[in-house]
Each structure stands twice: as C-alpha cells, then as structure tokens.
Design a protein around this ligand. Structure first.
Ligand code: SF4
Length: 172
C-alpha cells in the first residue's frame, strides 16, 4: 500500500464523520444518538463528529424503518456521500423493521434499500451500543479483511432474574 493510501486510511479511521438520518423512527433512537454526542458519552474522543452534509460524511447512521415516503430521499443522501462509505442501522427498526414491520407504509429495515455495514439492535439502541458498533466498524476497517456486516450483541437477560441474583451476604 502506498504512503498516500496509508495516510488516507489512518485519517479515515481516526476521524470518521457521521451523518444521522431518521428514516421513520419513533425518535427514541434519535435521542440516544444525540446522547452519544453529549459530553457524558463523549463520542468525539474517537474523532467522531456529526456532520450536516452527506458530502462530508463517511458513515450514515440510520434510525427507524424505511418508509415509502423516505426511501427516495435516503437513496439520494447515500449517493451524495463520497466513497468509501458505510451505513449503520441503529435500533431494531433500522435492523429489521422492528415494531413497524408489516405496516402499509413501511418497506422494512435499512438493508431493504442500502447495504448495511453495522447492525446495532435494541429498542432503543443505547449510546454505549452505538459506540461499540462504531468501534467494531473501525476495527474491521483497520484489518485487511473486507468490511462485512458487523453486529453488536445485546446482553441477554436471565429468564428468572430472581434465581440468578446472588444470595445476600449473611450478617452476624
Ligand atoms: S427501535 Fe424502538 S426506539 Fe428505535 S425507532 Fe424503533 S421503536 Fe423507536
């Protein structure tokens, strides 16, 4: 790999710029994305910045299912992004259609329209899950392996939390 390509790759990994697009979400996933940008989660420590223009963005973060109304706009925004570009599906609706699957106005998850690089499940998906998904995406960019779908795992709740809970320590 040439020096210029190495520098471009290094810069891309160190400063991925995001564009957020609500394709039909209930707004809860959007609030979580905004929370990830606040100083509490401080997503900018990874060099990640939110951008207003698709022409400046590397990663398109989509929340919600794809509605018929928004489909053409989503494709247009994606086409305006420079290569290489990546798409993150944020939340269960973006991953599969979620609670809106089967509605007359819903086409399905983001991957019914665009190639998705990272799936981040959850309803809503948490800021920590978004950060984890982005870090996994960046790791796959760092490696020599081609970028494939990255799935962020949601921790499973025990079937009976009371049985799983630790016994309280006995007091004398
Ligand atoms: S995954 Fe849940 S929180 Fe996110 S847009 Fe869908 S219904 Fe709303």
């Amino acid at each position: 790999m040439g020096l210029v390509k190495s520098i471009v790759k290094w810069a891309r990994i160190k400063s991925p710029w995001l564009l957020h697009f609500n394709t039909g979400a209930c707004n809860a996933c959007d609030i979580e994305i905004i929370a990830a940008l606040t100083p509490y989660y401080d997503i900018e420590r990874f060099g990640i910045q939110l951008k207003a223009s698709p022409r400046h963005a590397d990663v398109l973060v989509c929340s919600g299912p794809v509605t018929r109304q928004v489909k053409d706009r989503l494709v247009r925004i994606y086409e305006q992004m420079p290569e290489p570009k990546f798409v993150i599906a944020m939340g269960t609706c973006a991953c599969s259609g979620g609670a809106f699957q089967g509605c007359y106005n819903v086409l399905g998850g983001i991957d019914t329209v665009l190639p998705v690089t990272a799936y981040i499940p959850g309803c809503p998906a948490s800021p920590a899950a978004l950060i984890d998904g982005i870090v996994k995406l960046l790791r796959s960019l760092q490696g020599s392996a081609p970028v494939g779908p990255v799935t962020q795992q949601v921790p499973q709740m025990p079937e009976n939390p009371e049985e799983e809970a630790e016994e309280p320590a006995e007091t004398a």
